[in-house]
Structure formats: structure tokens, C-alpha cells
Design a binder for this molecule. Sequence first.
Ligand code: 5GP
Ligand code: ZN
Length: 114
Amino acid sequence: MQDCIFCKIVNKEIPAEVVYEDNDIMAFVDVKPVAPIHLLFIPKKHIPTVMDLEEEDAALIGKIHLVAAKVAKDYNLEDRGYRLVTNCKRDAGQLVFHVHYHFFAGRPFQWPPG
Ligand code: 5GP
Ligand code: ZN
């Protein structure tokens, strides 16, 4: 996708602080962090929103959860844990239309969110 900022990060056309990468998934530091640790986990495949996911993408999304848990261990978050959140479309405040999961950690978070 030509004008997608996250595809540009995947293609190394714009820089990012990458903390995990394999053939399917990338994780990098959010440019405007709202938590001591704020990462974004994305599939390398361009999918605009989670409502555009297809049956064939199920394993990819499952893998994001597995990779997030692995990265959490790298950050020594076994005890404290983390929050993994995806925003879908306008009411959720989605700004970048390439599926991504926010990974928040390093402080307590309110529930329910505002
Ligand atoms: P959304 O509201 O779509 O769920 O969140 C998009 C997130 O992407 C925001 O937290 C924003 O700070 C982050 N973001 C937007 N552009 C860039 C960028 O160029 N690099 C990085 N690392 N994060 C970005
Ligand atoms: Zn994209």
C-alpha cells in the first residue's frame, strides 16, 4: 500500500525503533508513547482494519498474541503484565488504517478505558 505509514515502516522506507521482526509480524516503539512501554504490533500484510480480516488471517492474528507475550518476557513483564488493544474505525479512534495492536506496559491502566 503506497500511502500507508506502517507499510513504509515494514519496507524500511521510514525509520522505526523495531523490537521484533519475522516474516509475518513487526513490533516497534510508538512514536507518541502514552505509557512507559508503548509498542505497536502489526502484521506485515496490509489489512486496513480488524473488520477486514479473513479466515486465512486467523493464524496471523493468533501469532501476534504469541509474539506479544514473548516480547513481554523480554521486557521482564511476567509479573506486571501488559495491555494489548486494537482500535477499529472512527469511534475507537483508529488513525492508521493498517491493523495494529497497541502494547501498553509499565504503569497501571484504568478499566474500563475512557
Ligand atoms: P490508532 O489511533 O490508529 O490506533 O493509533 C495509531 C498509532 O500509531 C498512534 O499511537 C501513533 O502515535 C502511532 N504512529 C503514527 N505514525 C507513526 C509513525 O510514523 N511511527 C511510529 N512508530 N508510530 C506511529
Ligand atoms: Zn499498510
